[in-house]
Ligand binder design. Structure first.
Ligand SMILES: [Zn+2]
Length: 202
């Protein structure tokens, strides 16, 4: 499933290309690791080793693999292009989680319908905010209030930072378009405080 995502998914291919152009070439056997994970975590980015972990016990569908790989590659891209202080600056983490939720398809309409949230006005922003907060709480021992405050403080700037896509890829067609446009120019810990039937990417 991972190989299929890396070879055929337009989001993943765009991000791999963007990483390469930013001087951070990704090697499949070195930078990806399929592991069993605790709790409801489906993936993680280990900033210390620049390694992406795919939770093989929690990813069962190709579409989910596509989203998790894209989510983690956005963290890898942020790690490559900016001096992200993942561990000490919760706002840096919040910004990358907002971008990952916004751009990975975690909050696309179909996913939201599947979660019975259809009909909420501004559902995309609400979904991105909620998922960013969940991701922070999954990896940092901070209060819900601290996570919410960090996300809200950086939300507008980070939600509108669409690099390297240039647009929010709501569908595969969007991602392919973005890819074409582009061509022309502490490991997670399972200290989850809550865990419903959804998984969380960190
Ligand atoms: Zn994340």
């Amino acid at each position: 499933m991972l190989r299929l995502t890396l070879e055929t998914n337009p989001h993943a291919r765009l991000l791999l290309e963007a990483l390469k152009q930013s001087g951070c070439t990704v090697f499949n056997d070195r930078h990806f690791s399929c592991e069993n994970c605790d709790g409801c975590v489906s993936g993680g980015f280990d900033a210390a080793t620049s390694q992406i972990v795919l939770c093989q016990n929690n990813i069962r569908q190709q579409s989910h693999m596509n989203r998790v790989v894209t989510h983690e590659l956005i963290h890898a891209f942020d790690h490559c292009r900016a001096h992200v202080d993942w561990f000490k600056n919760v706002k840096h983490l919040a910004c990358s989680e907002i971008r990952a939720a916004n751009l990975s398809g975690d909050c696309t309409l179909m996913n939201e319908i599947a979660r019975f949230k259809f009909g909420l006005k501004g559902h995309h922003q609400t979904c991105v905010r909620d998922r960013a907060i969940r991701s922070i709480l999954a990896v940092r021992k901070v209060s819900k209030e601290t996570a919410e405050k960090a996300v809200d403080e950086v939300f507008d700037a980070c939600f509108n930072d669409l690099e390297p896509f240039g647009r929010i890829p709501h569908s595969k067609a969007d991602a392919k378009r973005a890819y074409r446009d582009f061509q022309n120019r502490d490991r997670y810990t399972a200290n989850l405080m809550f865990c419903d039937n959804r998984t969380v990417e960190v």
